[in-house]
Design a binder for this molecule. Structure first.
Ligand SMILES: [Zn+2]
Length: 307
């Protein structure tokens, strides 16, 4: 979505109950990093207040992140009132880069971002996902390596800390594999995540492209905007669901937001590319609407006299 906001801070949302339930490692680190990155918390006291976690718990996780070079603590934060001003927390932008590939049917948008969420580089490459995973991943690998080499030449990282790949079809995000993607012949079950992890030596997150868009949109909206349903209308129709706590809701089979093939009442004469009739996608996708307009135009042209 192209909505521009003058406030660049992504607003994080935390499910404190969820945090307490899984009070270890990754999820807590991720939540603390989001709070710091957003500017909503720039001291240990702020983190304690925002998460509801015990001071000692915040300290333990924060120390791990500082030791890893991801968070820096230094200088002081101006606060009204008496008492010693707290030390300022910040993400270390130079702690690494995240590489992103948003793969479409005929092209991919590639980007490198530093850990302060600034885009370091971006470009678009032509490809054809119908040629299969090997050919497509070779194109992505070559271009991303080129971008990383350029980044390294100007003092940036030559290796990503993480790689994120959005694919135009259903994905088993845990396995990092596409699941019977309709427009991607040869991709079903292909180990996209594992292949790229071997090539780039970092964790690779693979997900449906609309899920990633929904997550990005949720991070850029004010806190009260969740839960959120993000819908992308293009060649097909896809959706992503974000829960009230700001997490991606996948559902039991990983297709919770996948609304394109739900049946619309009153469209029993419309056959979908999936073989069923009356799917949302068969009625309301850009292609379906263009086709219907074309038919209506033809109908008008066939009538006698001016209207
Ligand atoms: Zn369908």
């Amino acid at each position: 979505m192209g909505a521009q906001t003058t406030d660049p801070r992504p607003i994080p949302r935390l499910s404190v109950a969820g945090l307490r339930a899984q009070n270890t490692g990754g999820p807590v680190h991720s939540s603390l990093a989001r709070l710091i990155a957003s500017g909503l918390a720039d001291s240990r006291a702020d983190l304690v207040k925002a998460t509801g976690l015990a001071r000692s718990t915040v300290a333990r996780h924060l120390d791990t992140m500082i030791d890893a070079g991801v968070v820096t603590e230094g200088g002081t934060v101006a606060r009204p009132g008496r008492g010693r001003p707290p030390l300022r927390l910040a993400l270390n932008p130079r702690a690494g880069v995240v590489a992103v590939a948003d793969v479409g049917a005929h092209s991919a948008r590639l980007a490198l971002a530093d850990l302060s969420q600034n885009l370091v580089a971006q470009e678009e490459v032509a490809l054809d996902v119908a040629q299969g995973p090997e050919a497509t991943l070779d194109v992505l690998t070559e271009r991303l390596r080129g971008m990383l080499a350029e980044s390294a030449a100007s003092g940036g990282a030559d290796r990503p800390s993480a790689l994120v790949v959005g694919l135009p079809g259903p994905v088993d995000a845990r396995a990092g594999t596409p699941v019977r993607p309709p427009i991607m012949p040869g991709w079903d079950g292909f180990p996209v995540g594992r292949t790229l992890t071997e090539r780039f030596g970092c964790r690779t997150f693979v997900d449906n492209d609309v899920n990633l868009m929904a997550l990005g949109e949720a991070r850029a909206l004010p806190e009260g905007e969740a839960p959120l349903l993000f819908i992308k209308i293009g060649t097909g129709i896809g959706g992503g669901l974000i829960s009230a706590s700001g997490e991606l809701h996948r559902g039991a089979e990983g297709a919770a937001g996948d609304i394109g093939h739900l049946r619309v009442p009153g469209a029993d004469d419309t056959v979908c590319s999936c073989g069923n009739i009356g799917c949302v996608e068969a009625v309301a996708s850009a292609a379906a609407m263009a086709a219907r307009l074309g038919r209506e135009d033809a109908g008008l042209a066939g009538q006698d006299g001016p209207r």
